[in-house]
Design a protein around this ligand. Structure first.
Ligand SMILES: Cc1ncc(COP(=O)(O)O)c(C=O)c1O
Length: 443
């Protein structure tokens, strides 16, 4: 793909500084050159307006699973837009129907029905509403509205999804959030497992609990992989109490963790699964809420029973976005990219675990979803200035990573990675080398 789009760098920087409100960023005291102006991308690399190329170890924002510059996705979108650029999903469009059928083949179990939206936040909003309506339909006389989710989990920026989010600093400025959301600790090997959630359901009253919502592997909260018995146990707990198990596979879906879906690691089929990010690898926005036959059947009834799902999205099921997703899934499955994520992810994890420095507190991850947590030499949290210096040094070494931000208090010195699933061993080595260089820079 062409790298040749020319921009007037100085104009773009001035326009941005004056008019663009960036996420999670303090604008007072901003410098004109504090962010990169990314103008092109190919494979795992992005190039800025000054011609410098970076290895994108963050895969956009945990989402560019098939890598940048895939002409066949661009062509599929172009062809679709030439014939039908848009029509709402209140009627049928072919790409949406084909995408739903393809997803039904790929998702585990009988997650066969899909409500299309435009983002992960909307997918989770939808799942929360589905769970509440399902609870009322299935348990007349009860009032199942509570959603149990976990501290450190992230589910989106909209009010419902943010209410389920367990990142205290993300939530604080907007409180009070929606009522009916309860947070529990993430599991460790010895505590806060599925039994702890059963106890919370008992205390709250099972007839008030609609669902448990969880990222199979927590992403933005710092990459936390659960013990192997956690989700099978949670599946049993949800069945015992009649509440839905919702997996937010917005990050973990579509190969990220070394399986097509993270649910496959534990042979667990959730009742509801939310999807976004890797479903279209960012070529166009798309999200979806998938439900099993059991959930679907609660929404079936006569014309006057009011069982239909009363929600509409102007752009949900957008034909061009669905065409992009179909072409993206064709690449993902043809190249079996979850296999590469498993192999190269294991290699990168072991290279990062080899980093021998008193500044490294922990290295963790699964597939191509990884994190390195830093500390001061004395074991205290790495201070803010050094954390910032470390991020700058990674970038100077030509590697872009994520960094935990606005989750907890403090400097949050956790550098996260979710590179495209086409990452090579050589590129994984470049990421590990950048960590060596950056550690040296702050030692
Ligand atoms: C696990 C998870 N769920 C939901 C979302 C929200 O997705 P979006 O930003 O597309 O609304 C994100 C975004 O990072 C996420 O990581």
């Amino acid at each position: 793909m062409s790298r040749g789009i020319s921009v007037n760098l100085s104009d773009v920087r001035k326009q941005d500084l004056k008019h663009v409100w960036h996420p999670l960023m303090q604008h007072a005291g901003r410098r004109e050159d504090d962010l990169l102006v990314i103008v092109s991308a190919d494979g795992c690399e992005v190039t800025d307006a000054e011609g410098k190329t970076y290895l994108d170890a963050y895969g956009g924002i945990w989402n560019v699973n098939v890598g940048y510059g895939r002409a066949e996705i661009v062509e599929a979108v172009y062809e679709q837009m030439k014939t039908l650029a848009f029509y709402p999903i209140v009627q049928i469009n072919a790409p949406a129907a084909q995408l739903a059928a393809r997803l039904a083949e790929l998702l585990p179990g009988d997650l066969d029905h899909f409500f299309f939206v435009n983002s992960g936040s909307e997918a989770n909003e939808t799942a929360i509403k589905v769970a509440r309506q399902y609870g009322r339909a299935m348990y007349p006389g009860e009032n199942r509205f509570k959603i149990i989710s976990r501290y450190l989990g992230y589910h989106g920026f909209t009010m419902g999804a943010m209410s389920a989010t367990g990142q205290v600093r993300r939530r604080a400025p907007f409180e009070p959030l929606a009522p009916g959301f309860i947070h529990v600790e993430l599991p460790t090997r010895t505590a806060h497992g599925a039994d702890a959630i059963a106890r919370v359901i008992e205390r709250e009253g099972p007839d008030t609990v609609a669902a448990v919502l969880a990222e199979p592997v927590v992403g933005g909260g710092g990459v936390h992989v659960p013990p192997d018995d956690y989700f099978p146990g949670l599946r049993d707990v949800c069945d015992r109490y009649g509440c839905l198990l919702i997996f937010d596979e917005v990050i973990t879906g579509f190969g990220r963790t070394g399986k097509l879906f993270a649910a496959e690691h534990w042979d667990v089929v959730p009742d509801v699964m939310t999807l976004a990010k890797g479903v279209s690898s960012g070529y166009l926005p798309l999200g979806a809420c998938a439900v099993t036959e059991k959930v679907w059947s609660a929404f079936l009834g006569g014309p006057d029973e009011g069982k239909e799902f009363s929600q509409v999205s102007t752009y949900g099921g957008h034909p061009a976005c669905c065409a992009a997703a179909l072409a993206n899934l064709e690449i993902l499955t043809r190249e079996r990219l979850w296999k590469n994520a498993e192999a190269v992810g294991a290699h990168l994890l072991s290279r990062l675990k080899d980093l021998s420095s008193p500044l490294v507190k922990d290295v963790r991850g699964i597939g191509l979803m990884l994190a390195v947590e830093l500390q001061n030499e004395d074991g205290s949290e790495l201070d803010g200035e050094r954390t910032q210096e470390f991020g700058s040094a990674l970038r100077a070494a030509g590697v872009i990573t994520g960094k935990m931000s606005h989750v907890t208090a403090g400097s949050e010195p956790v550098f996260t990675m979710a590179p495209p699933l086409i990452l090579t061993h050589e590129q994984a080595d470049r990421i590990a080398s950048a960590f060596v260089t950056a550690l040296r820079a702050i030692s």
